[in-house]
Design a protein around this ligand. Structure first.
Ligand SMILES: NC(=O)c1ccc[n+]([C@@H]2O[C@H](COP(=O)([O-])OP(=O)(O)OC[C@H]3O[C@@H](n4cnc5c(N)ncnc54)[C@H](O)[C@@H]3O)[C@@H](O)[C@H]2O)c1
Length: 349
């Protein structure tokens, strides 16, 4: 798959084994940023390619996705004599990706980088779209720009060692794209859900490809998120608030799933969708939410609104969010506090 970008077109290739490492071995002047957990699990496979290079092991927790971590890695890279021709290789999920993209973008005003996404969420969503994001002063994804890798290697074998909550988190992004792509697409993904929940690799690869194809057509129209691309934030306004309210115990994609439940409830309250439709949509989404993960205490309406007002998309008295309407999603910038509180109460029940 080739993704068009103003920065430079880039490629995503699919594998069901580690053969892509042979291609990577040939590249010169590599510096690796590795998810610590991934390194421990896949040491045998990865050692052959990293042994003669320098690397940084990143503890992939949301609290480390910040400017201090980025500066520490940059400091190490400069001390290890990295130059403008250094090739940064990021191996990990969305956290490693966000930090690596930021570094690749700012170091020497831009160095080439390669991405090997190891989570379902990163393979199915974040790996394309060029965004880099760091959290700052309690605000999520406040710092960043758009800087795509030159190449993405997607190996679905990585998925099998994910924690269940992180696997379900990726299914949240798959479901998001399926819903946004229209009713037929939602139905076909819902029918595949049994196989997806069992981690069936063929079905998984089909659904990853389908989600990436959908995202590709959106980002190629609006790479810099000025207008149309905003629709990809379906479920995110509420999802980010839930992530923060739980101090990131709720992973991103699970936040997005709950966020979609709340958004659909608001659509229903506004008469944009029928009772049958909300039951169908939310019934399918509920299947991919980790039982017991979402504690009721995360859902205090007041806490939620307070966090949402910190969101970078909140600019006035009303909230902006993406709602399902008819057979697709649209942006609405007139969501009132009371609508959100009443939707959250309904979802909690
Ligand atoms: N840049 C973007 O476009 C974009 C889009 C969506 C989300 N994000 C960001 O991505 C982050 C979430 O990323 P994520 O869900 O991919 O995961 P993550 O990077 O948060 O990792 C989740 C956990 O999985 C572990 N892990 C990673 N790969 C593994 C593997 N193969 N086997 C076992 N464990 C593994 C990690 O060590 C970590 O404990 C959030 O910060 C979110 O804001 C960025």
């Amino acid at each position: 798959m080739i993704i068009k970008s103003y920065v430079g077109d880039y490629k995503a290739d699919f594998f069901s084994d580690f053969s892509f490492l042979n291609e990577l071995k040939e590249k010169k002047n590599k510096f690796f940023i590795l998810d610590k957990q991934v390194f421990l699990i896949y040491k045998a496979e990865l050692l052959s390619v990293i042994q003669e290079s320098s690397y940084y092991l990143l503890d992939a927790i949301e609290q480390n996705k910040n400017i201090d971590t980025a500066l520490e890695i940059i400091r190490q890279m400069v001390e290890m004599d990295s130059k403008r021709n250094t090739l940064l290789v990021a191996i990990g999920g969305g956290i490693v990706q966000d930090v690596s993209a930021f570094i690749a973008n700012v170091l020497y005003r831009g160095i080439s980088w390669i991405l090997i996404p190891t989570t379902l969420l990163a393979q199915t969503d974040s790996c394309i779209g060029s965004k880099s994001s760091l959290n700052f002063k309690g605000y999520k994804n406040l710092l960043g720009y758009f800087y795509p890798p030159m190449q993405i290697y997607i190996n679905t074998k990585f998925i099998h060692t994910l924690d269940r909550k992180d696997y379900l988190s990726g299914l949240g992004e798959i479901m998001k794209c399926a819903i946004m792509a229209g009713y037929e697409s939602f139905l076909s993904t819902s029918q595949n859900m049994g196989a997806l929940l069992e981690c069936n690799e063929d079905v998984l690869l089909d659904e990853i490809t389908k989600a990436l194809c959908f995202k590709k057509q959106v980002i190629e129209m609006d790479e810099f998120d000025r207008d149309y691309r905003n629709i990809m934030n379906f479920g995110h306004t509420f999802g980010h608030a839930l992530e923060a309210a739980s101090d990131y115990a709720v992973p991103h994609g699970q936040g997005v799933s709950i966020g979609m439940l709340i958004a659909n409830q608001i659509s229903f309250q506004r008469g944009y969708i029928s009772e049958r439709m909300i039951e169908e949509l939310n019934g399918a989404i509920e299947r991919i939410i980790t039982p017991g993960l979402i504690e009721k205490e995360y859902f205090s309406g007041e806490k939620y609104l307070e966090i949402m007002k910190k969101d970078k998309k909140y600019t006035g008295k009303l909230h902006t969010c993406i709602l399902f309407e008819g057979d697709g999603v649209k942006r609405h910038s007139d969501i009132r506090d009371e609508e959100i509180v009443s939707a959250i109460e309904k979802i909690c029940r």
